[in-house]
Design a protein. Structure first.
Length: 202
């Protein structure tokens, strides 16, 4: 009996950490409103500019958060893999720079240049986009599929199941989600819990 219980418990530990419907912001199937924000190159970039893509991978991240730093190379890898297939990454920083100096626009520019970001790094200074999406953690990912001129939320949550170490990834949630969408299939695990630093609203 004890061995059976142990087997059940160990099995449960390998299951994805599922998230419930967000208390506010977008949930699955919602259409994301367009936004326009300043990129680190001082250009204004909007979601509407991606109307020729199959979708986008929207990542709320930050400079100061250890979890964001741990995921940085994996986010770059997602853009390099899926950008050419029609699902590029758009990164947004919505943290309050008065609380974290490292999250200032100047530091964003330095970070993007130092790490050779292949994607836009947008400054959500007013936090309006984070509030609209319901982003509460960094990093937190929203995979949007484009249908016509609409972008529909198909996945919300973490990049994968190993917040601190890429070597131990068992489930690459965003990779799985985008791969399914590109194949015309539904996302198997559309909601997971984002593990990271809290987005402190102003």
């Amino acid at each position: 009996m004890k061995s059976l219980l142990l087997t059940i418990l160990l099995g449960a530990l390998t299951l994805p950490v599922l998230a419930q419907r967000p208390a506010s912001g977008y949930t699955l199937g919602d259409v994301a409103a367009s936004f326009a924000l300043t990129n680190v190159d001082n250009r204004t970039i909007s979601l509407a500019e991606y109307k020729n893509q199959k979708g986008v991978i929207v990542v709320f991240t930050s400079n100061h958060c250890p979890f964001s730093k741990a995921y940085e190379d994996r986010i770059i890898a997602l853009d390099r893999k899926f950008g050419p297939q029609g699902f590029p990454v758009i990164a947004l920083l919505s943290s309050d720079a008065t609380l974290y100096e490292e999250d200032s626009f100047d530091r964003m520019q330095v970070r993007a240049r130092t790490k050779n970001y292949t994607f836009p790094y947008l400054h959500d200074d007013s936090q309006a986009v984070a509030k609209a999406f319901g982003a509460t953690r960094t990093p937190q990912v929203y995979v949007l599929k484009r249908t016509g001129d609409r972008f529909t939320v198909e996945y919300i949550g973490s990049v994968d199941d190993s917040p601190q170490d890429a070597v131990n990834v068992q489930r690459a949630y965003v990779d799985e989600a985008v791969t399914s969408l590109l194949a015309g299939k539904p996302v198997v695990t559309p909601l997971t819990k984002a593990i990271g630093c809290a987005v402190k609203l102003k």
